[in-house]
Write a protein that binds this ligand. Structure first.
Ligand SMILES: [Fe+2]
Length: 306
């Protein structure tokens, strides 16, 4: 059975277009709803004031944090109210902190996911237990990875490894290796994005280790979770956004974090596409209202016959 969506069945975020910009963000991760709303509002205002088109938004996890359901619902509401006015598709994956409530209390509630599956502008896994979902964007296939959980509360992942009910987790290494092999066979450029890095990046995913080597069809990977400037949890390379994938020349980029409590600044990126390929990644600080870094994405040649 094929794990990937057939090319002609992929939902397209930007139909008929091959150039534009995606706002990629993660790790809002503030427990006080009023502060989360303020930080996200500042980021939205900063991005919209640029006057550049934003054609899609990708939220790479840890939008929420903590086990206070009422606070989680308020932050989820803020995300909806602040992002939807941009009027573009919003892709969302869960991070480890979306699992806080379930892990600590056993209550399987995920307020932003519950909003995302119901709202027309939002894109996420059809079911909470799916380890990835795919969309087309400017001609590239995008595979989004995040933490996932059994809707009935039997198991979940966190930090992209088995946590609750590990003996019931259904996706063994063979599934991830099959996914890698199928990605190698697609006839279009692939981008992967998620809450976690492949090995070689900061705070990498154990599950994605079974996807190595990342196939040549993949142009880049972006991840959150390893907040830039976090000297406690990201001490090895705290300020490095451009990271290798273990044993490969392909690069992966740390795009986090929006939060302003654990690290200085409030950061996200604008991913630019031209001619159906990702071409540049610009890192923005929404508190300083300035660009911090820029990475040219030197896409390798498209394999012959594709
Ligand atoms: Fe995280």
């Amino acid at each position: 059975m094929s794990l990937l969506t057939k090319s002609d069945a992929l939902i397209d975020l930007t139909p008929g277009r091959t150039a534009g910009n995606v706002w990629v963000q993660s790790d809002l991760q503030l427990g006080k709803p009023e502060l989360a709303r303020q930080v996200l509002a500042e980021a939205v205002t900063d991005m919209t004031n640029l006057g550049e088109p934003i054609d899609a938004i990708w939220c790479l996890g840890d939008a929420l944090v903590g086990k206070n359901l009422e606070a989680l619902e308020q932050v989820a509401e803020a995300c909806v109210e602040l992002l939807e006015p941009l009027g573009v598709p919003i892709c969302y994956v869960l991070g480890n902190h979306e699992m806080d409530l379930f892990r600590e209390t056993g209550v399987p509630r995920f307020p932003l996911y519950e909003q995302a599956v119901e709202r027309p502008l939002w894109h996420t896994m059809d079911r909470l237990d799916q380890p990835w979902f795919e969309r087309r964007c400017f001609g590239s296939r995008v595979v989004f990875f995040g933490d996932h959980a059994d809707p009935d509360g039997e198991w979940c992942t966190s930090h992209h490894q088995k946590r609750i009910g590990p003996e019931r987790y259904p996706y063994g290494p063979e599934v991830w290796r099959q996914l890698r092999d199928e990605i190698a066979d697609v006839h279009e450029p692939v981008i992967t994005a998620g809450h976690y890095a492949y090995p070689g990046g900061q705070r990498p995913s154990p599950l994605l280790a079974d996807c190595l080597p990342v196939p040549d069809t993949v142009r880049l990977h972006m991840y959150g979770h390893a907040h830039i400037g976090d000297l406690v949890h990201n001490g090895e390379r705290p300020y490095q956004r451009d990271n290798p994938i273990k044993g490969q020349s392909l690069r992966q980029y740390n795009i986090s974090a929006l939060e302003t409590a654990r690290t200085a600044g409030s950061h996200s990126v604008l991913l630019r596409f031209q001619n159906g390929l990702p071409t540049r990644l610009d890192v923005r600080c929404h508190l300083e209202h300035k660009w911090l870094e820029s990475f040219e994405l030197n896409a390798h040649p498209t394999p012959a016959g594709s």
